[in-house]
Design a protein. Structure first.
Length: 139
């Protein structure tokens, strides 16, 4: 048919084949109803997922800190025990002399003799070489 300027009537209208109309309808339903913006529900879902992930990270970090503290306490205790035994073996004595009057006076003896680098922050050592946790220690 040739284009005319007459008003459209039923006999002048052309209809597209059925498969074309279905394809057009399907493509319209797959497109978003808005132009690239986020809906409130999508934003809330993203915030919820990020919150859950952040919570998992916080719990993982707190668990690692507890394990690190426990490991540090054990390492400190073993270091004191080895230093005291080494001192006893080298000096052929069964007790540590006190160096100073602080609570870590026996550890200071081991530091002065070169068996420890520094006094313990977690344990106190007595004259027999036994280590006990300090009052504010996490051990």
């Amino acid at each position: 048919m040739h284009p005319t300027t007459e008003p459209a009537t039923e006999d002048t209208l052309e209809f597209a084949p059925a498969h074309t109309a279905t394809a057009t309808t399907a493509s319209l339903t797959t497109q978003r109803d808005h132009d690239g913006g986020w809906t409130l529900v999508e934003i809330l879902l993203v915030i919820l997922i990020l919150g859950i992930l952040a919570l998992a990270v916080v719990f993982a970090i707190s668990g690692m800190r507890a394990e690190a503290s426990t490991s540090s306490c054990g390492t400190d205790h073993r270091s004191l025990a080895v230093a005291a035994e080494s001192y006893f073996a080298e000096t052929r004595s069964s007790s540590l002399p006190a160096t100073g009057t602080d609570h870590d006076r026996f550890e200071q003896t081991l530091v002065a003799a070169g068996f420890l680098r520094d006094v313990s922050t977690y344990h106190d050592l007595d004259a027999t070489g036994a280590a006990t946790p300090e009052g504010n220690s996490p051990c």
